[in-house]
Write a protein that binds this ligand. Sequence first.
Ligand code: SAM
Ligand code: SF4
Length: 333
Amino acid sequence: MVNSTQSLVDQFGRQVDYIRLSITDRCDFRCQYCMAEDMTFLPRHEVLSLEECARIIKVFVHLGVRKVRITGGEPLVRKNALWLFEEVGQLTGLKELVLTTNGSQLEFKADALRKSGVKRINISVDSLQPARFKSITRTGDLAKVLAGIDSAIATGFEGIKLNTVLMRGINDDEAVDLVQFAIDKQIDISFIEEMPLGEVNHSRENTFVSNITTLKQLQSQYSLLETKHSSGGPAAYWQVAKTKTKIGFISPHSHNFCESCNRVRITCQGELYLCLGQDDKVDLMPLLRAFPNDDTPIIEAIMNSMKIKPKGHDFDLQRPRPAVIRFMSHTGG
Ligand code: SAM
Ligand code: SF4
């Protein structure tokens, strides 16, 4: 590998030290806000091999990246995914290996993931009502996810956080129940505003719930203290007084967080997206395959990509078409 001490700084002076890598576009769920009911998934040869995923991560760590999130699709449905965690979990220079999962496979995988070096884990849960959970995810079994959460807690990760997308008229009456669940389990929770990524079966303008509304609702039930806590991401955190639980709000609409953006995303096809909400990208897969033993062209492509990282997203729920055609499951949440 080329010896480079340069770090990744974009045209606006923002340092990129965090990558999110989607290792599959496939998923055992079909969450209403994330996927269409009928999805066509990529053929195997168009998806990065796990060896290619490991190579990309190593190059980024070499370029100063300190935090890597493995995501998807559902990362834990990828065969042999654990190999990748073991391969990168102990990399010198990498401070945090973290995972976002729907929790369906966690019951039996949490322990091995922790041992591989995964420090923190985000588990998506949008409802605590089994029938509603099934309806939102279209296929999901809440009992399995809850068993996965318990298994993760028993394993002792440094941090466990629930991720929740509230949708008006669908699950926006559960904010308090979900927070109380997090308090009881002594874990954190973040509310993510629904983003217009990919075309789904509902109008996002109709289902959108602002985090400002959710915060007000929670403040009427709990004493919340604003904190300066940062997980290196865009969430603003509030501590629930006298508990171990922090509540995060990821609010791309009501609070634009692009100014301090420190991340880029890589799809399972090796597309390096410079912004979740824009189409600027660089294709790394052709370089990976054309230069199997030389990282120089990949390093150069990544460093050059910093010149096209956009200033910010451009989400507008009133637009008839989504801002970005690709689903979150493609880009990696
Ligand atoms: N399957 C895993 C999971 O559900 O956690 C990882 C991938 S999923 C794409 C990552 C996160 O993106 C989840 O927390 C999910 O709720 C969120 N997400 C998906 N589509 C979204 C959208 N359109 N707007 C906001 N969040 C979304
Ligand atoms: Fe699958 Fe996660 Fe998307 Fe739900 S949010 S469909 S679990 S990738």
